[in-house]
Design a protein around this ligand. Structure first.
Ligand code: NDP
Length: 292
């Protein structure tokens, strides 16, 4: 049986690793060791004391870290531990340029790299129903596919190394734009005397609907529940990657850079632990209205 190393037991990594541990031999490593120990106590998984030990013990390694910077740190810290024929599947929502550099570094040792960011949130990860976008050479992608399948409802090979990360950044830029636009629109409607519940009922039966209006706002904003499942800081990072992709390709852009500026401001005001949907709190505060 293929042995999988899983590095990064955060909000997403933990439920994803749980699916891996149920189907494959598994070795986990996490920077905060207690989380890895707790995972090992609950699941059939070895706990490595260093990232290098996890890499040495596994045939295929999955990383699920905040940004490509941490992926690069881990790859550098484990440099001597990789051997020819191994594969790194990077489930981080990473940066395509950094990913191409990491892939080149690993290729020099005969190690494959596939970027495999995910969409679907912590609920999708728990349910094993994530959407996965793969970037990489076809032979490595085919090796990655049966592994990521265990936590996915849809897996699509979208292009060469970095293509998955570029697509994920654009997807999340759309999420950011939708959060801001829906927040602003609903704040104005509330001031005009339209209740958010009535507005959402109409929008969700009309052409302006999105995941934000169908799920995030009714479940998190109107209820004032504000659960913390996906850090605003991470969405800010994703929109920044999308802005870089727009600049690199010379596509004239106004909307996504505006969303980047708004999210950077919300991150500054609310801090790195705030949830992405809490960006709406800034709109509420500035417009002196609650979307509830
Ligand atoms: P979290 O912040 O919950 O977890 C981050 C993980 O990375 C933790 O295990 C953390 O370890 C580890 N880590 C952080 N810095 C380092 C470092 N320098 N070296 C080694 N390990 C490190 O993030 P998420 O799980 O929410 O997100 C992971 C990735 O998935 C991100 O790229 C995010 O954008 C993406 N994503 C998140 C979604 C969500 O809904 N949360 C949805 C889709 C994608 P420690 O425990 O020690 O802090």
């Amino acid at each position: 049986m293929t042995k999988i190393g899983f590095i990064g037991l955060g909000a997403m990594g933990t439920p994803m690793a749980r699916h891996i541990a149920r189907r494959f031999e598994c070795v986990v490593w996490n920077r905060t060791g207690e989380k890895a120990q707790a995972f090992g106590a609950e699941h059939v998984a070895e706990v490595a004391s260093t990232a290098g030990d996890a890499v040495r013990a596994a045939e295929i390694v999955i990383t699920c870290l905040p940004t490509s910077n941490e992926v690069r740190e881990v790859v550098e810290a484990t440099e001597g531990s990789w051997r020819e024929g191994q594969l790194l599947i990077d489930a981080t929502s990473g940066d395509p340029t950094r990913s191409r550099e990491i892939a080149e570094q690993l290729a020099a040792r005969g190690v494959g790299f596939v970027d495999a960011p995910v969409s679907g949130g912590t609920d999708g990860a728990e349910a094993g129903r994530l959407t996965v976008m793969l970037g990489g050479e076809p032979a490595w992608v085919e090796r990655a596919r049966p592994i990521v399948d265990v936590y996915a409802a849809q897996v699509t090979h979208v292009g060469p190394v970095g293509a998955g990360h570029a697509l994920k950044a654009v997807n999340n830029a759309l999420l950011a734009v939708n959060i801001l636009a829906a927040g602003e629109g609903l704040a104005a409607l509330k001031k005009l005397g339209v209740s958010p519940t009535a507005a959402l009922e109409v929008i969700n039966a009309s052409s302006g609907r999105s995941n934000v209006t169908e799920h995030l706002i009714p479940e998190r904003v109107v209820t004032r529940a504000w659960p913390r499942t996906f850090r605003l800081a991470l969405l800010d990072k994703d929109v920044g990657i999308a802005v870089s992709a727009l600049r690199a390709t010379g596509v004239p852009a106004t909307i996504i850079p505006e969303a980047k500026a708004a999210f950077a401001r919300a991150r500054f005001e609310l801090g790195d632990e705030a949830d992405h949907v809490e960006a709406i709190k800034v709109i509420e505060r500035e417009s002196h209205v609650e979307i509830a």
